[in-house]
Design a protein around this ligand. Sequence first.
Ligand SMILES: O=C(O)[C@H](O)[C@@H](O)[C@H](O)[C@H](O)COP(=O)(O)O
Length: 268
Amino acid sequence: MALTWTHKDRGEIRVHENLEELSIDLVDYIAEISEASIKEHGAFCIVLSGGSLISFMGKLIEPPYDKIVDWAKWYVFWADERVVAKNHDDSNYKLAKDNLLSKVNVFPRHICSINDTVSAEEAATEYEFAIRQMVRSRTVAASDNSDSPRFDLILLGMGSDGHVASLFPNHPALEVKDDWVTFLTDSHKPPPERITFTLPVINSAANVVVVATGESKANAIHLAIDDLPLPDSSLSLSARLVHPSNGNLIWFMDKQAGSKLDRFKFSE
Ligand SMILES: O=C(O)[C@H](O)[C@@H](O)[C@H](O)[C@H](O)COP(=O)(O)O
């Protein structure tokens, strides 16, 4: 059983006993938001990330989800992408395509991935343009209170340095306010060239999920969630800046990632 609580301003926190339990809860949640979004506006606009997140979504291709999810209404995007060919092992698109999207009935034309034949800068511009067109045609909802899309669900992984999408701590990409998609050529983690959603886009979503597992994430989770007098170096801890202005935030983690949360320290 997951231990679940709501923090006064950091959203809902779900600490799972193990990865199996986490992945069952995560796919249940995705299926629930998919159904609710399709009921509400006829489509489900879901944003993926790379890393282990995709493996935690694996149960979506199994019964009952393979049959109950309305895949034809899914529109798929990425919170960040490495600027490499789509058949390269570093590609977040390839990871999701091989393990999820090729196994369910999402329409290829509903999969919005980057142009892999241009520079990082051009790929970011084109990706943002494509999303702006989809907001204009109302496939993707628009935010009521900012010039941003309102995705139904943004799924983020988190690195042990607290990065989410390709927004690395203390990187200037964290400051970008006017673009929906930005690019970097000096990623702290290889490969260096990437595109990423900016914080205003992440924080305008209807639902944002951060998935973090393993002991290596425990410190970043503590800094991102607990009420701390933050040391300077944590001021731009990317995961702490995830704060949907008019949406829900849920943290899915295992016991190891949650082990340094104040909640457990105080109950020892
Ligand atoms: O673009 C990348 O370099 C990765 O995709 C990265 O952002 C990943 O999502 C996190 O580091 C969490 O990864 P894990 O969940 O695999 O630890």
